[in-house]
Design a binder for this molecule. Structure first.
Ligand code: IMP
Ligand code: MG
Length: 194
């Protein structure tokens, strides 16, 4: 779903978010909690339909996708197992190299399972691409990628995204799990760091 700036943050009752401003930074709201909820519900319905009659193994990518995934799985009406995979980039903080280290691995074998990988954001696509190859090598019955956000302007490699929440411009977003230097994950909405 493409986001238009005007409709980005919901409704007439626009309250100014009180956000702490360390280091002279501030956050411009981009996607409101009701917008996230509506989109997550729609994705959950679609996933429930697509996997009807099957058991789903959801693999949540730590840490950014935790909030999204926790909300998403509660909208999926299927037998479901939840796994976590933790990655940290070898690169410096600003740019992904795609060379990632697995810091936490899933606890169960994925062979023969219907696996849904849940990411916070596909930016250059290098991290998601790496994870898809890694999980594919474990011979799941099926593997699909679900991401809350996609930044197509920054894509450096093609990754097949089956489910996407929002397509956004080339801006750095924080909140609802996404961080900058480890901060801002606990914002209840998605905002642009400026
Ligand atoms: P990649 O460039 O697609 O490999 O993205 C690597 C990782 O960078 C993502 O999983 C996020 O953790 C992080 N990232 C990319 N863009 C943003 C952003 O706008 N806000 C917060 N984190 C981001
Ligand atoms: Mg991150």
């Amino acid at each position: 779903m493409a986001l238009r700036k005007k409709t980005a943050v919901g409704g007439g009752r626009r309250r100014k978010a009180r956000v702490p401003r360390p280091f002279g930074t501030s956050v411009r709201p981009l996607i409101s909690p009701p917008q996230v909820r509506a989109r997550v519900r729609a994705l959950g319905r679609q996933i429930t339909r697509d996997y009807a009659g099957r058991t789903l193994t959801v693999v949540c990518v730590l840490k950014g996708a935790v909030f999204f995934c926790a909300d998403l799985v509660r909208t999926i009406d299927l037998p479901l197992e939840l796994e976590f995979i933790g990655v940290s980039s070898y690169a410096d903080a600003t740019e992904s190299s795609g060379e990632v280290r697995i810091s936490t691995d899933v606890a169960q074998p994925l062979a023969g399972k219907d696996v849904l990988l849940v990411e916070d954001i596909v930016d250059t696509g290098l991290t998601a691409g790496f994870l898809v190859s890694l999980l594919q090598a474990r011979t799941p019955k099926s593997l699909a990628l679900c991401t809350l956000l996609e930044k197509p302007a920054r894509a450096r490699t093609h990754v097949d995204i089956r489910y996407r929440g929002f397509v956004i411009d080339d801006v750095f977003v924080v909140g609802y799990g996404l961080d900058w230097a480890g901060r801002w994950r606990n914002l209840p909405y998605l905002g642009v760091l400026r």
